[in-house]
Unconditional design. Structure first.
Lengths: 294, 847
């Protein structure tokens, strides 16, 4: 399946911003089942420079500076991406979750050394006894690893209510665990924290989801949002993505932007501005459109 | 141990010195002096107690004058602690030193290799020499620093390490300081004071110099540039005057000839770092930062936007700037690494460590955790970023809690064997006593060589064995004397200039923040002085309480002067408004509030405090003499405040006025006539002009009968220090027209309004401008031209004319016009040169 994704962020400042420095994780990754066909920036005012680099997780990051005074900053990234469903999982011969944990914590080869980062605390996700207790019912003794992860995803989907605007980036995970409300980033963080609290590896995936209109209604442009889910490491098989917000294994409707330990490693856009007055108003429009079907 | 009796000493200062069991730096256990100490102790004994006490006081005075102990931001006197210098140094023999120096060089090599490895190939993690969790879970491991280019000057051009000597007499490493390796400035300050007080023992003992270290540091900084530059621009980035170690930052910047900057002075454009100066942006090649990693770049390293420079990491990545020490160095301060140093040393250098590390276990390692739980009572436990706890001193419940925490989050804890640092004689008020000593050493490196400072900073703990946090510059310190077998040629303790590149930001290129602060130093100094001049005149005149002496017009004149005091300081109600008549007849309370109340916003206290604050912010721009005069101001002011009544204050007020004259003189004589001096002088001139016109507006707009006017004019001439000029020039009785000529219009009288405006105009013409437009067409130039024009077109005849309402309307109009224009000028100046926006961090896209 091929998509055109347009992701627009527009900041409105109460006073002029004299200079701003920004980082963007907006370029979709190439993965074993995803290929970026084309990508293009539209930034107003025009940045004095844009530099591309790879971060430590091999995501493509863009650094840009806006040096002329401005009251609004609009950053749009349009990309075309081809997505194929990932291969089916060997669900039948799954080792127990305890075996997976031992494997992750012992061997020193590159993959597992690297995986260590995703076993430990990260800025927004700290392992706690409460998270371990939440995870426990999904991982009774000797349960196959993958069955446990699927069960955890299903429970988060059932236990938590999708509720925008009640949490922020800085809402502590313990509070979200208590309130059982939040948005996709929160659910991903809960799953990551629950797995890590048991000694399993989990990472944060930032991306998009194609949302289809109800039957008979037209597609609404810009009605989509950026999305987030998590992935867990199955030694010997690789990282497997899971979307607790929708309780699905992503196939070809999830488009991957970037991954890291948690949200702080891969925010779509982040910046430091000089001036600007009060907290600016931010408007975000995301549009995910199938190519070749209008 | 028994008190040491050593009959060979003539006046035995150390007769009652009785160190506790353990290693003493000065004495063998049998009471004999250790090598290196004899000549110093003999010298001290010859000086004798009384002379030593004088030297001690002198040392204290020098420290205070240099501003080391003055802490502006500690308003609570109980929390103000002083930094003391003990006259007895810590002596290190040549043999001990050679061992230490070699060991420190080895340690530096290992740290440098380790940092490169952790952010690069991660060999030590792959080989199992370090457990990955020790690095990956530590907040100091900054992923954004992976893949940064290796800088030409190495990753760690400077470094400080803390050492102790244990019972067995061997040195052990306590820890490293790499993000902000402070203390070398204090070491230098101590040495400079010792050099003044104990020059002969320093000479006779062949004490090695500190200068080669600073000289090497300066060279290494120049060599750190990402590409060869003949004249690299090096700045020292400080968190600012609120930092407890700001004094040292300013001192080092001054000594090394670096520009002292705060984050807001720098900007990144096109991936290059620039210093914002009054005449535009100037590229910076090397940033010596005294900021922690997570504060350096709010875009990439942390969220706190108030200290660092957004885009700094990109500039490092683009090889446009070198940051010293390299970003990411925080991970090396992870105390848990101490426990692995021996293996790291063997891995990188195939050598055993020459200086052992204090025995340390990281509890994240299961075997270590088991051992720590077994031996909890014999260990000290430290949770990450929290104070030490002695396992043996934990009560039952606390012990249980500690064990639970250790088991739940072992990776956050380290354990160490408790140490008793060696003792050293310390001069205290109660005589010479033993204190435990911690030695901070400093080194600077490039890719080829490591230069260790032949000396250091010794900190003494009396009674306690536990080291306080170094971020708190308090307590007793000692100079460290490293002895040499050969005589040392004593040179003045200054960097040899031929080895330095020309200090480039000296004149034109000062930051707008510095210019702003110098402007305010000028304004507040002048403001304080003006208020004091008016006060002095009032205190010397007959008091309103004794009104029976005077009556009628003379009393009215006096009332106008008291009113003027309130109006020029903007401290209403004071002697103005409802109830003013009663307050005038009993003015003592109002005067005392104005002089010493911290809550009186236009009062003397506020002005002195604001002056000290502005001066503190540009500490590195002020000469030591200037700083000493400022300290005198503060001391005299404190003495002034301690007087019971205003009648007793005249002496201090006069003393202060003289001190301010000295300050103005120093600025006139000793400041280079660069932009910094111009802004300082602009501040003084603007303030003085505003003072003159407010004073005249308050006193001379209403016309008095001749007796009253004579008294008034006489007082006003005294306030503006123009009495002698007046009498020499006019040789007449006091009259209003010549008075206006002298005080308002005469550009040759340095205290007249006209002369302030003329000088301001000259300064404005010399300030940098964006384009080729003439100075009088800049906004500030236009205003000053208008003010001067208005004044020059005035005539004393018209100004002194009294209208039907009994007021001098023309004078009132002129003063009113100037009173509108001058603050406008000050504002335009600020708009053109002092603009600062604050920065904030934004996140977006997802929510």
């Amino acid at each position: 399946m091929a998509y055109q994704i347009s992701h627009l962020s527009r900041y409105a400042f109460s006073e002029p911003v004299t200079i701003s420095h920004n980082l963007a994780w907006l370029h979709p990754r190439n993965t074993s089942h995803q290929t970026v066909l084309h990508a293009q920036w539209a930034i107003q005012p025009t940045p004095a420079m844009i530099l591309e680099r790879r971060d430590v997780y091999d995501n493509r990051v863009h650094y840009f500076e806006v040096l002329e005074p401005h009251r609004t900053l609009s950053v749009e990234y349009v990309s075309q991406v081809e997505v194929t469903p990932p291969p089916p999982l060997p669900a039948t011969c799954s080792p127990s979750w305890e075996e997976v944990r031992t494997l992750l914590n012992t061997a020193q080869d590159t993959e597992k050394l690297w995986a260590q980062q995703f076993l430990l605390d990260s800025p927004l996700v700290r392992r706690t006894p409460a998270l371990a207790r939440y995870a426990a019912p999904s991982f009774p003794a000797r349960r196959p690893f993958f069955a446990g992860v699927l069960d955890l995803m299903g429970r988060i989907h059932d236990d938590f209510e999708y509720m925008p605007n009640i949490t922020t980036v800085s809402t502590p995970l313990e509070e979200i665990l208590k309130k059982r409300q939040g948005v996709c980033q929160d659910f991903a963080h809960i799953a990551i924290g629950a797995l890590r609290s048991l000694g399993l590896a989990a990472r944060y995936v930032s991306g998009y989801l194609e949302t289809l209109p109800p039957p008979g209604e037209p597609r609404m442009i810009g009605a989509d949002a950026s999305h987030a889910w998590f992935a867990t490491l199955f030694p010997g098989v690789g990282w497997i993505d899971l979307d607790p917000t929708n309780n699905v294994l992503p196939r070809d409707q999830h488009i991957t932007l970037a991954w890291g330990r948690d949200y702080t490693d891969v925010p779509p856009l982040k910046g430091v501005v000089f001036g600007g007055g009060r907290q600016p108003l931010l408007e975000v429009q995301v549009d995910v459109m199938r190519l070749g079907q209008h | 141990m028994e008190p040491i009796s050593n009959s060979s000493l003539p006046d035995n200062l150390l007769r009652e010195y009785a160190p506790p069991p353990g290693y003493d730096e000065a004495f063998h256990p049998d009471g004999r002096l250790r090598p290196g100490w004899q000549s110093l102790i003999t010298h001290m004994n010859l000086l004798g107690n009384a002379r030593l006490e004088v030297l001690r006081q002198h040392a204290r005075q020098l420290l205070r004058e240099n501003g080391i102990t003055y802490n502006l931001f500690q308003s609570d006197p109980d929390t103000v602690r002083s930094w003391e210098l003990d006259l007895l140094p810590l002596i290190i023999t040549e043999a001990d030193w050679l061992h230490l120096e070699k060991g420190l060089k080895q340690r530096h090599q290992v740290l440098e290799r380790l940092l490169e490895d952790l952010y690069g190939a991660q060999e030590v993690l792959r080989n199992g020499i370090l457990p990955p969790a020790l690095i990956f879970a530590h907040p100091g491991y900054l992923r954004s620093c992976c893949g940064l280019p290796y800088p030409p000057g190495g990753l760690l051009p400077w470094w400080a390490a803390d050492l102790v000597r244990t019972d067995q007499g061997t040195f052990q490493i306590l820890g490293d300081h790499l993000q902000s390796p402070t203390g070398s400035g204090y070491a230098l300050e101590n040495r400079q004071i010792m050099f003044r007080l104990l020059r002969h023992p320093l000479n006779n003992n062949h004490v090695r110099l500190l200068m080669p270290f600073f000289s090497a540091l300066r060279n290494h900084l120049n060599e750190s540039t990402p590409w060869p530059r003949g004249d690299p621009q090096v700045v020292l980035l400080t968190p600012g005057p609120r930092d407890k170690l700001y004094f040292e930052h300013a001192f080092l910047a001054n000594y090394l000839g670096l520009t002292l900057v705060q984050g807001e002075d720098l900007t990144v454009r096109g991936g290059r770092v620039y210093l914002k100066t009054l005449d535009g942006l100037h590229a910076v090649d090397v940033v010596l930062r005294l900021l922690n990693d997570n504060l350096c770049d709010p875009l990439e390293l942390g969220e706190e936007a108030s200290f660092g420079v957004a885009g700094l990491l990109q500039a490092v990545l683009s090889k446009q700037v070198a940051v010293v020490n390299h970003p990411g160095a925080a991970i090396l301060e992870n105390q848990a690494l101490l426990g692995y140093f021996a293996s790291l040393c063997r891995h990188y250098l195939e050598e055993d460590p020459l200086i052992p590390v204090i025995p340390t276990w990281w509890c994240g390692d299961p075997a270590s955790l088991e051992r720590v739980l077994d031996e909890l009572d014999k260990l000290v436990i430290q949770e990450h970023a929290k104070p030490l706890r002695h396992g043996g001193e934990l009560s039952g419940l606390d012990r249980q809690k500690m064990i639970q925490k250790l088991v739940a989050r072992p990776q956050d804890f380290i354990a160490q064997t408790p140490i008793t640092p060696s003792t050293v004689p310390v001069m205290t008020a109660a005589g010479i006593r033993p204190g435990h000593v911690i030695l901070r050493t400093f080194a600077t490196a490039n890719k080829q060589e490591v230069e260790v400072m032949a000396g250091g900073l010794a900190r003494v703990l009396i009674g306690s064995r536990q080291a306080p946090a170094f971020s708190d510059p308090a307590g007793i310190t000692k100079d460290v004397w490293v002895l040499s077998g050969n005589p040392i040629a004593i040179r003045p303790n200054r960097l040899p200039l031929e080895r330095l590149s020309e200090p480039s930001f000296f004149t034109g290129e000062i930051s707008s923040r510095t210019a702003e602060n110098l402007f305010w130093v000028g304004r507040y100094a002048e403001r304080t002085e003006n208020t004091l001049r008016l006060l002095k005149v009032l205190l010397l005149l007959p008091r309103p309480e004794g009104m029976d002496v005077w009556e009628g017009e003379e009393q009215e004149a006096l009332r106008l002067l008291y009113q003027a005091l309130t109006l020029v300081t903007a401290t209403q109600p004071g002697f103005v408004g409802e109830g003013a008549a009663a307050r005038f007849l009993n003015p003592e309370r109002e005067l005392l509030v104005l002089i010493r109340s911290p809550d009186c916003s236009g009062g003397v206290h506020a002005a002195v405090h604001a002056l000290a604050l502005a001066a503190h912010r540009v500490r590195e721009r002020l000469s030591n003499d200037t700083w000493r005069v400022l300290n005198q101001v503060l001391e005299l002011y404190q003495r002034l405040c301690s007087q019971k009544s205003t009648a007793d204050m005249v002496g201090e007020v006069e003393g202060l006025i003289t001190t301010f004259a000295a300050l103005a003189g120093l600025a006139g004589e000793n400041m280079t006539r660069g932009l910094g001096w111009r802004f300082f002088d602009l501040g003084r001139r603007v303030e003085r002009a505003i003072f003159v016109l407010e004073l005249l507006r308050a006193t001379l707009v209403p016309a008095l009968a001749p007796e009253g006017e004579r008294l008034l004019l006489d007082a006003l001439l005294n306030v503006s220090d123009s009495g002698i000029t007046y009498r020499r020039r006019y040789r007449t009785n006091l009259a209003i027209k010549p008075f206006f000529e002298l005080i308002l219009l005469d550009e040759s009288n340095p205290r007249s309004l006209a002369s302030q405006l003329a000088i301001i105009e000259q300064h404005v013409a010399a300030l940098p401008r964006r384009s080729a437009i003439p100075p009088h067409r800049t906004p500030s130039g236009r205003i000053i031209l208008e003010t001067i024009g208005t004044l020059r077109l005035s005539e004393t005849e018209l100004l002194s004319a009294v209208g039907d309402n009994g007021e001098r309307t023309n004078l009132a109009n002129l003063l009113e016009r100037c009173h509108v224009l001058l603050p406008l000028f000050s504002m335009e100046l600020a708009n053109a040169f002092f603009q600062h926006a604050s920065s904030r961090t934004l996140r977006g896209g997802a929510r």
